[in-house]
Design a binder for this molecule. Structure first.
Ligand code: ATP
Ligand code: MG
Ligand code: ZN
Length: 555
């Protein structure tokens, strides 16, 4: 009968357990000194040896000829039955499905009877955090003063969910996630036992897939063997697990180095045509940028990067071409992209936007510096400095206008500053500037309509002529835009913009293009104040923006 590798190679002695030295040593000492506690909590990431060590502990105390011992014989009935999971006195309870008060009362009863055959009754409670609080209460007394023959091991991935009353009566061990190199070594050894050929690259792919859980890596190994047979091929294994090689991911950094948005779109197209899962890709991309950033900060031979030595060296080379700042920004954007893609109905579009944004972020001449410059007099603002990227990578010459990304940031920064409670809500470079500072009906209504999500109407209003007389707003609109001018919506927008109710009249007609009829109207007080505000002036200078709308946040 076929047994999955993770179970077949479950360690049976302390020596075979990878990592978790602190747990092993403490337990070994306790056993040697016959000071075995009655309650243990084993907590930590899944697949790192909690159940395994609980069973080893049971074997050590119950081995018939030798126990309690640190070196169980492995042959007596007790040792064999524990390995197979059917020893009468080692009781494994899955708290995920037995979490209630009745189960715990039953357990309490069971605890009172002596072991059937062995020295100790060992209760291994998996997923212990799932036990309800009443059920925990029912256990409290038992765990506090258990009969001499009882050992509890509560295993959990979420230690903080074990009530303090229980935790304080137990010895607590946190299991560590297993280091990349150790997972690789363990898999290498298992492959040798199984007669499987796997090179370093393949083992690295499998080890990465587990993210520190040996069980997850071994499950991936099972899958790989089922797919490739006895000779594992890195490329096939990657395809199987949906992970990407550095060559594939390097396409992104190449495009970034060349500030090549077209290449980014090409990459997405290629991924899509080859049937790759775009969510997987974005996850891998995030990990890639994280590794690049770590390589940049800590050097590429750090153990913080879970990768083979060859891959680490390559990561180091790629990272050298970017500044720490760039990589931080890329990582942040990649994380955003990953999050967006989780729920996206249009993953392709999201990925395209996300990758193109990365290019913008690279072109960005450090918004932080530009903003820092705002605090200084303008003459001190020099050409922003770049990281060491500049010397190694050819970056395109400074662009002519700010990128949408920058504007977005500037907008947020501006909104945060709130100079004298005036939030400049829209600073935007517009190729056809309108009269600055005049808060007219057109702008007010446009904003209100945008806020109402009525973009078409907002657009039509932009192209209309508006006159106010008494409580009547008269619109003259080009014929082709009339359909978007519903009086009811305009009325709502006008009320939103002014707080007053207007009667709306719409008619078709010629609208004089370009500049709105130069209204000899005084710019109203707020916009005048905004214009005079030195900070606003600096934003306009630095970002080449204009003031479209001013809102008094006090009002
Ligand atoms: N530290 C380790 N050393 C060697 N093998 C391990 C180790 N941890 C896990 N394994 C392998 O993974 C399998 C599952 O381990 P185990 O059941 O002990 O994990 P766990 O920590 O109890 O996980 P879970 O929280 O999911 O119950 C084992 O059968 C073994 O093959
Ligand atoms: Mg377990
Ligand atoms: Zn034995």
């Amino acid at each position: 009968m076929y047994q999955v590798i993770a179970r077949k190679y479950r360690p049976q002695k302390f020596a075979d357990v990878v990592n978790q030295e602190h747990v092993k040593t403490t337990l070994e000492n306790a056993i040697a000194q016959q000071r075995i506690a009655h309650g243990y909590i084993f907590s930590g990431q899944r697949g790192t040896g909690k159940t395994t060590l609980a069973r080893i502990l049971a074997r050590c105390v119950n081995c018939i000829p030798k126990g309690p011992t640190n070196d169980p014989c492995g042959e007596c009935a007790s040792c064999r039955e524990i390995a197979e999971g059917n020893a009468p006195d080692v009781i494994e309870i899955d708290a995920a499905s037995n979490r209630g008060i009745n189960e715990m009362r039953e357990l309490r009863e069971n605890v009172r009877y002596r072991p059937a055959r062995d020295r100790y009754k060992v209760f291994i409670i998996d997923e212990a955090h799932q036990i309800t609080s009443e059920a925990f209460n029912a256990l409290l007394k038992t765990i506090e003063e258990p009969p001499a023959w009882v050992i509890f091991v509560l295993c959990t991935t979420e230690a903080h969910k074990i009530p303090a009353t229980i935790a304080s009566r137990c010895q607590h061990f946190s299991f560590r996630s297993v280091e990349f190199d150790e997972v690789v070594a363990r898999m290498e050894w298992i492959c040798r036992q199984e007669g499987i050929e796997a090179d370093a690259e393949t083992l690295a792919v499998l080890a990465q897939a587990g993210e520190g859980s040996i069980r997850d890596s071994l499950s991936a190994l099972d899958q790989a063997i089922a797919c490739c047979g006895t000779k594992l091929d890195a490329k096939q294994v990657r395809a199987l697990l949906g992970t990407f090689s550095l060559d594939a991911l390097g396409g992104v950094t190449d495009a970034l180095a060349g500030a090549d948005s077209a290449r980014m779109l090409g990459l997405v197209d290629e991924l899509e045509r080859n049937g790759h899962n775009l969510q997987h890709f974005s996850r891998e991309l995030t990990r890639f940028f994280r590794n690049l950033l770590v390589a940049k900060i800590a050097g590429s031979d750090t153990r913080l990067i879970a990768a083979s030595p060859a891959e680490r060296a390559r990561l180091g080379e790629i990272a050298a071409a970017f500044s720490e700042e760039d990589l931080t920004r890329y990582l942040q954007l990649a994380l955003d992209l990953f999050r967006d893609l989780q729920f996206s109905l249009q993953p392709r579009f999201h990925l395209e936007i996300g990758l193109v944004k990365l290019v913008y972020a690279g072109r960005l001449t450090s918004i932080e510096e530009a903003l820092a410059g705002l605090e200084k007099p303008s003459s001190e603002i020099s050409a922003p400095q770049r990281g060491d990227a500049e010397t190694k990578t050819a970056k395109p010459a400074a662009r002519t206008g700010p990128s949408p990304f920058e504007l977005d940031r500037a907008k947020k920064a501006a909104a945060r500053t709130e100079p004298q409670s005036i939030g400049a809500t829209a600073l935007a470079a517009d190729p056809a500037p309108a009269s600055v500072g005049v808060v007219d009906w057109r702008a007010k209504l446009h904003l209100a309509l945008m806020e109402m999500g009525m973009t078409f109407t907002a657009d039509a209003v932009e192209h209309s002529e508006i006159t106010e007389s008494g409580n009547v707003l008269q619109f003259v609109t080009p014929k082709e835009l009339l359909l978007s001018m519903k009086p009811a919506d305009l009325e709502k927008a006008a009320r939103r913009a002014s707080g007053r109710t207007y009667q709306i009249k719409v008619s078709a007609g010629e609208v004089r293009q370009a500049e709105p009829v130069a209204q000899p109207r005084q710019p109203d007080d707020v916009s005048q104040r905004a214009l005079e505000n030195p900070e606003v002036q600096r934003y306009r200078e630095v970002f080449g923006g204009e003031i479209r709308t001013v809102r008094d946040l006090k009002g």
